[in-house]
Design a protein around this ligand. Structure first.
Ligand SMILES: Nc1nc2c(ncn2[C@@H]2O[C@H](COP(=O)(O)OP(=O)(O)OP(=O)(O)O)[C@@H](O)[C@H]2O)c(=O)[nH]1
Ligand SMILES: [Mg+2]
Length: 414
C-alpha cells in the first residue's frame, strides 16, 4: 500500500511513523509552507502538482499532517480522487487495527463515530446543495438515515462501555482492598512502557517498534524480593495534539492513572532534548488533567542505546527543567532498575512497620501476610512473632484480622 504525505510543516517524522505503523509505504512527501486555511488546505498550484504525481504513480492514499476541516477533506478527496486521512483519522485507524479486547474495540468504534459525525454532516450539506458525493451510493435520505444511525449506535456503545467500566471498578476496588499499591506506567507512545511492565512482572505483553502497540491495559504484580505489594499497570501511550474527546474515548485506561498511588512517567532518552521536553510535557499535561495531585517518578528509558555522557547530559538538563529527579534506566537490559524501584517506593504512601504476635494456629493468616506484605522477621516459640512492612491501607486490615484471631499488633514506626 503506497501513499503520500501532505504537510505545511517541515517536521513530518511522527506522521511518517504513524503511517508506517498502519502498514503504508510513503512514496513522497509534499511540503508547502503556508497557513493551511484554503478550501483545499493547500494552494491550487501544489494541488495540481500532487494530482499529477498521484495519477502517474498509482497512489491510493494521502495523509495530511494536520486536522482537516470537513470541507477541506471533502475538497481534497474530490480533487485528488484518492482517500485522504488527516492525522486524527490516521491515529483512529491505527487504534482500530490494534484493538483486541471488547472494551478497546468499543472505545475505538465510539471515537470513530464521533470523528465521522461532522464529516457526514458535510456530505449531507453538499447533497442538499445539489452535489453528488457518491456517499453510500445514495442521496439526502440515505445520508440523513446514516446520521441518525450513528447517533443511535453511539448511545448503545456508551451504555455498553459504562457497564464494562463498572465491572472494572469493582475489580479495582477488590485489589485496593487486598492492600496492593497501584502504580501506572504512563508516557508518550513507544517510550517502552510495555517493555518495562514485562521486565518487572511476568506480563509478557506485546512490545513493538510501532506507535500505539498497547490499547488495552494490563495489570500485573511486581515480582521482587523486597515484596512490597505493587500492582503495575501499562497504559495507552500519549501523543501530542489529540482532541480531548479522543483521549476521553480511552477513559478506562486513564482511570488507572487517576486511581494510582504513584505514576512512573517514562520517556525515550534517544530523542533529542527538545523532543524529550515536548513529549514529557505532553504526558504531564494529560496526567495533571486526569489527576491534579499525584506522585510522579520520571524514568528515562533506553539508556543502552546511547553513551553514558549523553545520558548524563540529557538527564541533567531535564532534571533542571522538571525540577525533579529523573532516573535513567533500560527496560531491555534492566540497568538501574533498583534505583527506579527505590525512587518509586519513596513516592508511595507511607509504609508501616508492624510487629504482630499470633497464637500458633494462625497458619492461613501467616501465609496471607507472606503474600501481601514484606515479612522482615519471623519467629515461632509457643506463639508466633512476625515483623512486617506494609501500606497504611493494609495496616488497618491486619489489625482487624489480628483482633479476630486473638493476636496483637504493635506499630513500630512509619
Ligand atoms: N534498546 C532498547 N529498546 C527498548 C527499550 N525499551 C523498549 N524498547 C523498544 O522500544 C519499542 C517500543 O517498546 P514498547 O514497550 O512497545 O513501548 P510502549 O511505550 O509500550 O509503546 P506503545 O504501547 O506503542 O505506546 C520496542 O521496539 C522495544 O523493543 C530499552 O530499554 N532499550
Ligand atoms: Mg505498549
Amino acid at each position: 500500500m503506497e501513499g503520500i504525505i501532505i504537510s505545511i510543516k517541515e517536521d513530518v517524522q511522527e506522521l511518517l511513523l504513524l503511517a508506517k505503523s498502519l502498514g503504508y509505504k510513503i512514496k513522497k512527501i509534499f511540503v508547502q509552507k503556508r497557513e493551511g486555511t484554503t478550501p483545499c488546505y493547500i494552494g491550487e498550484g501544489k494541488l495540481k502538482e500532487i494530482k499529477e504525481y498521484v495519477c502517474e504513480n498509482n497512489i491510493s492514499i494521502a495523509f495530511v499532517n494536520d486536522s482537516l476541516r470537513p470541507s477541506q477533506w471533502y475538497n481534497l478527496e474530490k480533487n485528488l480522487g484518492i482517500i485522504v486521512y488527516d492525522r486524527i483519522r490516521l491515529i483512529l485507524e491505527i487504534f482500530a487495527s490494534r484493538a483486541k479486547r471488547r472494551e478497546a474495540k468499543l472505545q475505538v468504534q465510539l471515537a470513530k463515530l464521533r470523528y465521522e459525525r461532522p464529516f457526514v454532516r458535510e456530505l449531507f450539506h453538499r447533497i442538499k446543495e445539489g452535489e453528488r458525493p457518491g456517499f453510500l451510493g445514495g442521496g439526502e435520505y440515505v445520508v440523513a438515515d446514516y446520521y441518525e444511525m450513528m447517533k443511535r449506535q453511539m448511545k448503545k456503545i456508551k451504555e455498553e462501555l459504562r457497564k464494562i467500566e463498572e465491572e472494572r471498578a469493582l475489580k479495582r476496588m477488590a485489589r485496593k482492598e487486598r492492600g496492593f499499591y497501584l502504580v501506572s506506567i504512563a508516557g508518550y507512545t513507544n517510550a517502552g512502557k510495555s517493555s518495562l511492565l514485562n521486565f518487572l512482572t511476568d506480563a509478557n505483553v506485546v512490545v513493538e517498534e510501532k506507535l500505539f502497540s498497547t490499547l488495552s491495559t494490563k495489570t500485573m504484580r511486581i515480582n521482587r524480593k523486597d515484596n512490597i505489594p505493587i500492582l503495575l499497570t501499562d497504559t495507552v501511550g500519549f501523543i501530542k495534539d489529540l482532541p480531548h474527546w479522543l483521549i476521553d474515548a480511552f477513559h478506562s485506561t486513564l482511570e488507572e492513572i487517576a486511581l494510582a498511588d504513584a505514576i512512573i512517567l517514562l520517556a525515550d532518552i534517544t530523542d533529542d532534548v527538545e523532543t524529550l521536553k515536548d513529549k514529557i510535557f505532553t504526558a504531564l499535561k494529560e496526567i495533571y488533567h486526569i489527576k491534579r495531585d499525584t506522585n510522579i517518578v520520571v524514568a528515562l528509558n533506553k539508556i543502552d542505546l546511547i553513551n553514558d555522557n549523553e545520558v548524563d547530559k540529557k538527564r541533567r538538563i531535564l532534571e533542571e527543567i522538571l525540577e525533579r529527579r529523573c532516573i535513567p534506566i533500560s527496560a531491555k537490559t534492566g540497568e538501574n532498575m533498583e534505583s527506579l524501584l527505590n525512587e518509586l517506593y519513596k513516592n508511595l504512601p507511607k509504609i508501616s512497620h508492624l510487629e504482630i504476635v499470633l497464637p500458633n494456629d494462625a497458619n492461613s493468616f501467616i501465609s496471607w501476610l507472606y503474600e501481601n506484605t514484606d515479612v522482615i522477621d519471623f519467629s515461632s516459640n509457643g506463639f508466633t512473632r512476625i515483623r512486617v512492612d506494609c501500606s497504611e491501607r493494609l495496616r488497618e486490615k491486619i489489625m482487624g484480622k489480628c483482633r479476630k484471631l486473638g493476636g496483637e499488633v504493635r506499630v513500630l514506626g512509619y
